[in-house]
Design a protein around this ligand. Structure first.
Ligand code: AMP
Length: 450
């Protein structure tokens, strides 16, 4: 999973890109990068680490120009190395071209092998570089036609921002797996993975970039934009897991607000999976909070923050020599014993993947005096890996791939366990966004790719 952001015709394009990337930090924390231009040269900075640490004032000052694209990386294809950081940039017969990509290409290794046999030399193991090689080999002189030529050969998930000295181009794959929104900042086009990036810099959200749409902004013609639809129409397959977990709750994606959608998922969960004689609803913070509010409202059970999350966990921490049981979970999530002691709890989380968090957390809640724990998940069992850009473990590690709900309940040690149905999830997701979701991680129904 990754974040992309692009802005055109702005006085401080790199600075605004840095702020946009900051608001999208939740989509990737491994590394970040910005490529800016004044319509002639590119200026580049990419580094491993967090946006706030990498983009200091001197770094931003070096990123000159009125137009920029940026990227936050969370590796789902290729490793966590500095060569794989984005935006990728390359010089070819049509000049320099830079790309920021969110999603996974499913035929990247096949294309890479073919291109290498034909003499291409790859600098990274990230699938995005394939697109640059295809652009370079297209024989086209114009970026728009070269990119169209390249994209017609790839399949899979991509929301892309492409920059050269003439154009900023935003394009979303024909099925629209990953989100991409557009808006305006001082009357000029702006793009981001999620609207939260627009809020921070005072840009106005206009609409989604439609699946299969290519929005071309001309840097040489007052940043005017026009759209082309180079692909044959295909049913939409937008990732429903963005609504369940990944996107920020204050964002609008697929035309609906994520907070409201999650709350409705919680309401629906309460209808499908009630918990008899429970005393209160508590969320697993932060991801379970919104569904828990919905569950509490629908079930008329009080909502309590019975677990407190620490927000100060770095990547490494020093454990005392004498190891502490469940240290990792305790470091992050701590029950409030005074609130939950002697109580029957409905514990709401958004998803259960390996089950390790829930297992330890439930033990922890019992140690703090919980009488009963009824675990409720505001999505169906995650039983299938994602190939379109969400970082899921292999099928073997997914608890629900080889265990029944009852077996999972036993494993995590809950008194009862209830998941939302796929029908329930889709009904809520479709309410405002219409039909056309990818739910392969829950259903195993992998969209056919063309
Ligand atoms: P687990 O211990 O593997 O069952 O982790 C479940 C928790 O991880 C849930 O509370 C989710 O909020 C969170 N989660 C689900 N999917 C992902 C993902 N792809 N990346 C990071 N965290 C996730």
């Amino acid at each position: 999973m990754c974040a992309i952001f692009g802005i055109s015709g702005a006085e401080e394009a790199a600075n605004l890109t840095y702020l946009g990337l900051h608001a999208l930090q939740h989509r990737g924390q491994e590394g970040t990068g910005i490529v800016s231009t004044n319509g002639t040269d590119p200026f580049v900075h990419k580094e491993r680490g967090l946006v706030g640490d990498i983009f200091t004032s001197p770094v931003i000052d070096r990123l000159k120009g009125h137009t920029a694209i940026g990227h936050n990386r969370y590796s789902t294809a290729g490793g966590n190395t500095s060569e794989n950081l984005q935006p990728v940039i390359m010089k070819s017969s049509i000049g320099w071209v830079s790309i920021a990509h969110n999603g996974n290409l499913v035929n990247a290794s096949e294309l890479t092998r073919k291109l290498e046999e034909e003499g291409s030399i790859f600098q990274s193991t990230a699938d995005t570089e394939v697109i640059l090689h295809l652009i370079a080999k297209s024989g086209e002189r114009n970026l728009v036609t070269a990119l169209t030529h390249a994209l017609k050969q790839i399949s899979g998930a991509y929301s892309l921002l492409v920059l050269n000295k003439e154009y900023l181009i935003a394009v979303r794959d024909p099925q629209g797996f990953r989100p991409l929104v557009m808006g305006e900042h001082n009357g000029k086009p702006i793009f981001a993975s999620e609207t939260t990036a627009f809020d921070l810099i005072g840009a106005k959200y206009q609409r989604e970039v439609e699946p299969g749409e290519m929005v071309v902004v001309s840097l040489k013609n007052e940043f005017k934009n026009s759209s082309i639809y180079p692909f044959k129409p295909t049913p939409k397959k937008r990732c429903v897991f963005e609504q369940v977990y990944f996107a920020r709750p204050d964002s609008i994606i697929y035309g609906s607000n994520v907070y409201q959608t999650r709350k409705k998922l919680g309401k629906r969960l309460a209808e499908e999976q009630p918990a008899k004689n429970a005393d209160m609803v508590i969320p697993v913070p932060d991801s379970g909070v919104y569904a828990a509010i919905g569950y509490s409202e629908a079930s008329r059970l009080p909502f309590e923050m019975g677990i407190i999350r620490s927000h100060y966990i770095g990547r490494t921490f020093i454990e005392p020599r004498q190891s502490i049981r469940d240290f990792g979970v305790k470091l992050k999530l701590n029950p409030v014993a005074e609130t939950i002691h002697g109580k029957s709890l409905v514990v709401v989380d958004d998803s259960l993947v390996r089950g390790t968090t829930s297992k330890k957390l439930i033990q922890h809640l019992r140690n703090a005096g919980a009488r009963e724990v009824h675990l409720r998940i505001s999505a169906p069992p995650t039983a299938h890996p994602c190939f379109y850009g969400i970082d899921t473990p292999t099928k073997k590690e997914l608890l629900a791939s080889s265990n029944s709900v009852e077996e999972i309940r036993k494993f995590v040690g809950a008194d009862t366990l209830g998941y939302l149905s796929i029908e329930g999830l889709l009904k809520v997701a479709q309410e405002k966004s219409g039909e056309g979701f990818c739910h392969a991680c829950f259903s195993g129904d992998y969209p056919c790719l063309n």
